[in-house]
Design a protein around this ligand. Structure first.
Ligand code: ZN
Length: 480
């Protein structure tokens, strides 16, 4: 039985359309999942939508439709990213589903009773936001969003005793049993924990939540705070609460559990979430990989700047693989990155059209002329060591650089050997030996580029997989 692996993205709010920043995350997670499958892991890859936010209730009210209708419509826009970006997800979870409700309630019930307590508290509340603000967030008692005066509201909520887990969390992270990548994010988490952990609220009154959300077990006047509920998706999607064998297989017994998230939600995933799991007696994730933010032409993505790019429009224009390639190659996985149209076209032409695409074309042309028909490979070729080293730490850009070094070397060999001369001289033995070398080299790239550009990989595999080689269509037509 192969070992299992689990990969997830964060689940975005569905109150806005998906933009290129989320495309980055889902493509990164897809590359990880596909890589693990290539390495022989039986891999479960999950993404989805966070639907229990109060923001959805308010957005639906503005539009005059039900919250359910709004969620159905907006979640569909996110689900469309799966075929559009060639994402190999096994499941798309929606947190308004009954299955998720059952699972989140099961998780709540599994947490140690001494870790949860009900507390009266008085807070400064904005009716517009339907959120509490601390005196730090709103020092003058004015809502930073609405510029209106906050009301003093008294409410009784459940709290989670995070303070019980300070030592356990430190041990988990310092020992790398919970690995946080990159190092800077790991340090951020460690500093936060060492600074002392405060208990956090995990419920809202049902009324204040707009009657939308997951009822707390045995206390139907309270619904789960949206973060408790959203984090639970990582296990409810595997059927926790339904005795689904997938939960045991891909979480409980699984040695490779990876969350891919953005830097803004680090604390939720590396502090709150593992503490919730420790309390419930459930194994914690193995790795949390945290990417930076994407800017567009050097500017923050924002509706008011009008620079929100729909990833599917880019795919329409350039094809899915070039968009995936840019996100994985041109954006540093560990830092903030930028999307620029000029840079996209430069990289497309340099790396795809002129390098890999041209290499495949040249070898196809030579092989067709020579009538070369290699036997199919007897085993999957292995990648350069640098490739696997980079992928072990999700340095996608460096993994691709390792493959492109191989492509450079093959192109260089063509210039050195000058196979067209061998053809003219009728030196068939030398020519066939050279073509064999080329085909072996291209097969390595075709096999290991699959996690990044699945469609191009399968075209290369079809062309160089064995049997007569024909000059096909250009893999990446040059952009003007
Ligand atoms: Zn407000």
């Amino acid at each position: 039985m192969p070992e299992t692996a689990y990969v997830s993205t964060a689940i975005p709010y569905v109150n806005a359309k998906p933009h290129l920043g989320f495309a980055l995350e889902i493509v990164q997670a897809d590359a990880i999942a596909r890589y693990l499958r290539l390495r022989g892991y039986d891999t479960f890859f999950m993404t989805g939508a966070d639907e229990n936010s109060l923001k959805n209730v308010r957005a639906a009210e503005v539009e005059g439709i039900s919250t359910r209708e709004l969620c159905d419509r907006n979640s569909e826009a996110f689900r469309q990213l799966l075929p559009g970006l060639d994402i190999s997800a096994d499941y798309f979870i929606r947190t308004s589903s009954e299955m998720h409700f059952r699972g989140a309630q099961e998780l709540w019930s599994m947490c140690r009773p001494e870790d949860m307590y009900k507390k009266h508290y008085t807070g400064m509340y904005c009716v517009g936001c339907e959120e509490f603000y601390t005196s730090k967030e709103a020092p003058d008692g004015i809502c930073p969003e609405h510029q209106r005066e906050l009301e003093s509201v008294e409410e009784e909520n459940y709290f989670f005793r995070l303070s019980n887990y300070q030592a356990a969390l430190l041990e988990l992270i310092e020992s790398d049993r919970l690995k946080i990548l990159p190092e800077a994010r790991r340090n951020e988490t460690l500093a936060f924990i060492r600074g002392g952990l405060q208990d956090f609220s995990i419920s809202r009154s049902r009324q204040r939540a707009g009657d939308w959300g997951i009822p707390v077990p045995n206390d139907p006047d309270q619904v789960m705070y949206v973060w408790y509920d959203a984090l639970a998706n990582y296990v409810t999607g595997l059927g926790l609460g339904d005795d689904d064998p997938a939960f045991k297989k891909y979480w409980w017994d699984c040695p490779v559990k990876t969350h891919v998230i953005g830097k803004g939600i680090n604390r939720f995933h590396t502090v709150y979430w593992p503490a919730m799991l420790l309390s419930a007696g459930i194994p914690t994730p193995d790795t949390v990989f945290i990417h930076g933010y994407l800017t567009i032409e050097g500017q923050k993505i924002s509706k008011s700047l009008g620079n929100v790019i729909d990833p599917l429009v880019q795919v329409e224009q350039y094809g899915v693989d070039p968009v995936r390639y840019y996100l994985l190659r041109a954006v540093s996985p560990y830092a903030d990155g930028d999307y620029s149209e000029d840079r996209f076209r430069d990289i497309y032409n340099a790396d795809l059209a002129n390098n890999l695409g041209n290499l495949a074309r040249r070898v196809e042309t030579l092989a067709e002329k020579a009538g070369y028909a290699p036997p199919p490979p007897s085993a999957a070729p292995d990648a350069p060591e640098a490739f696997h080293e980079a992928m072990a730490e999700y340095r996608f850009n460096e993994a691709l650089a390792a493959l492109w070094n191989s492509a450079d070397a093959l192109n260089q060999r063509i210039e050195e050997v000058r196979p067209w001369d061998l053809q003219k001289q009728g030196d068939t033995d030398a020519l066939l030996a050279f073509l064999e070398e080329m085909v072996q080299g291209i097969r390595v790239i075709a096999h290991w580029v699959e996690p990044f550009m699945p469609c191009s990989a399968s075209k290369l595999q079809a062309s160089f997989g064995g049997g007569p080689i024909k000059r096909g269509e250009a893999l990446f037509p040059r952009l003007p």
